[in-house]
Design a binder for this molecule. Sequence first.
Ligand code: FAD
Length: 297
Amino acid sequence: MCTALQNKLGLGFSKIEEKVSLAGYTTFGVGGDADYFCTVQTKEDLSILLNWCKEVNIPFLTIGNGSNLLISDEGWKGLVIKLGDGFKKITRSKETITAGAGVSLRALLREVKSYSLGGLEPLAGIPGTIGGAVITNAGTSCGKMEDVVSKLTVMDCQGEKIVLKEQIGFFYRKSDIDTQKKIVVEVEFSLFEKDKNKIDEDMKNNIKERKKRQPWNMKSAGCVFKNPPEGSAAKFIEEANLKGLSKGGAVVSKLHANFIVNTGAATSNDILELINIIQDKVQKKFGIFLEPEIKIV
Ligand SMILES: Cc1cc2nc3c(=O)[nH]c(=O)nc-3n(C[C@H](O)[C@H](O)[C@H](O)COP(=O)(O)OP(=O)(O)OC[C@H]3O[C@@H](n4cnc5c(N)ncnc54)[C@H](O)[C@@H]3O)c2cc1C
């Protein structure tokens, strides 16, 4: 712990640390150190941290479950913020659910199922937090976050703000929320009544399908590239004969060509090199540019 800084900032419940490896905070299992890392427990502490970043002019990176992130081997020159237990509450009012942005999708799905509320089943099996899922407009062809979100609470240096769904630009696997300035702290969902057994069945089917098609038990960040307008990114990668291609410890999955997996000793650079090779080969063979879906920082 960085006691001097902790005391200077007057953080109540949140601990700030120096030189923290980020590899353990991403599902790829790669990434260098963060200069500073804080698991923040209260909105007051979050406000202190955001103002400190502004004052000393360092960037912050909010990290959810790190399941859509490729962090460079050089790490993050600034502060990494992870929302702690103080941002993991779920409350209900009829068909409206409000969840802290640190809640995992898995925990939220379990909770809404117990209330017989449907709408989130397409997200079953996505290993993210609510905050990360809103930012990336996570989903599948069956449904996405923007279908169920009604309101957000975000924080920036000036304090807390409510943002209505109509004020947010949601696109394919992204939103226009400025993650360099704002942190999502709470999300309101508008769900609907649905039979508990049917919710359970739909969730289980989605997870079963996922396990069949994806290397779900290996270190990855899900699909690396967005599907281009011309079709499935996985299909183009497969047809360019890139399945199984490796760089260091990073391999193009043989099960799902749009996944790069870390077989154990990959570096962020290995993954980046594979990304570049895939983009190059697919561009040359099909004239198609594959845009990364994962966030590279
Ligand atoms: C096996 C596997 C399968 C996957 N399948 C899917 C899928 O089917 N569909 C899909 O859409 N995605 C999928 N993903 C990708 C990923 O799980 C989702 O994008 C997920 O929603 C990311 O959430 P996260 O909490 O891990 O976000 P992170 O990866 O931690 O962060 C993602 C982005 O959001 C920002 N961020 C995170 N929290 C906040 C916050 N509170 N406030 C502001 N910014 C924030 C980060 O800075 C970053 O820019 C998969 C990943 C894996 C590993």
